[in-house]
Design a protein around this ligand. Sequence first.
Ligand code: PEP
Ligand code: MN
Length: 338
Amino acid sequence: MIIVLKNGHEDIIDEIKSRFTETNEVFVHNNRVAIQGVSEDDLNAEEKNAIDLIIDNVPAAVQGSRLFHPEDTVVVTPHSQIGGDNFTMMAGPCSVESAEHVMKMAKVAKSGGATILRGGAFKPRTSPYSFQGLGEDGLKFLRAAADAYDMDVLTEVMDQDHVAMVEQYTDIFQIGARNMQNFSLLKAVGKTQTPVMLKRGMSATIDDILNAAEYIAAGGNHNIIITERGIRTFDNKYTRNTLDVGAVPVLQKLTHYPVIVDPSHAAGHTEFVTPEALAGVAVGASGLVVEIHDDPAHAFSDGAQALKPDEYRAMAQQAFAIRKVITTPVEEKSEVKL
Ligand code: PEP
Ligand code: MN
């Protein structure tokens, strides 16, 4: 149950907390109090009098719910604001390959308007014999490249034992699709205050990802970014996954966390990355995370889906233009120049 208090009755919050905290989970956001496992009958007359509205049928992922927290969450990093009215471009190679290469890719990422440099140093590969990433050296190269271009770092953490080490180098943890329900890892990043970009598992439902996000919030970390990166459907003959564009507005209705789109892992092939990226923007995503490479044929991982520098800049230009169109009030649209 979520109760919304009448203005000026916030003093009742402490009383409710002290009555229920021992036996129930109690969460407070402004004048809203969420109490798990309690109904209206359990409230006393004074509490009932302070209530403006009672919301039943609250999802288990209550802290992430718009019912509990109606305003958009804006995740703030040194060079970026993600969510709310902002649109954020994140780009970089799938893997950090060398100090020189990631530096070159940072320059490209920046040239398309990215404020966040992505790159994996710990790679979740389908085969144990594929390149597994440069580890901590890769993180150092990525940090140096991002710093050189005044960008933030986004990189995957795969193991709960690596959280403290990866945190030294990154501004945003990435939790990959394969680890979306690695609850020990979710709890570990939930104990930090470093933003977490949580990717939708390839067979995860909307409620699955919202509950995964709740594991992070339950630890006290509310700096969460949700990423739609394509799910497995019945046909992966021509694309790697199916970008669930419809999930974006659904998630935005259900949760206050920013929702972004990764067209690269959805499409799996360069030629489909730009159209899927633009579809993500058109449907209202708060940002994109895109893989780029100057020599995709020799990329250490995911070369088949990398945008070359010129392709990336063209995509980014169109993405920002579409964002402008969809955020311009209808009556002013005739004045928008593409
Ligand atoms: C990645 O971002 O390179 C990656 C491995 O993504 P995902 O977890 O979505 O497959
Ligand atoms: Mn990749």
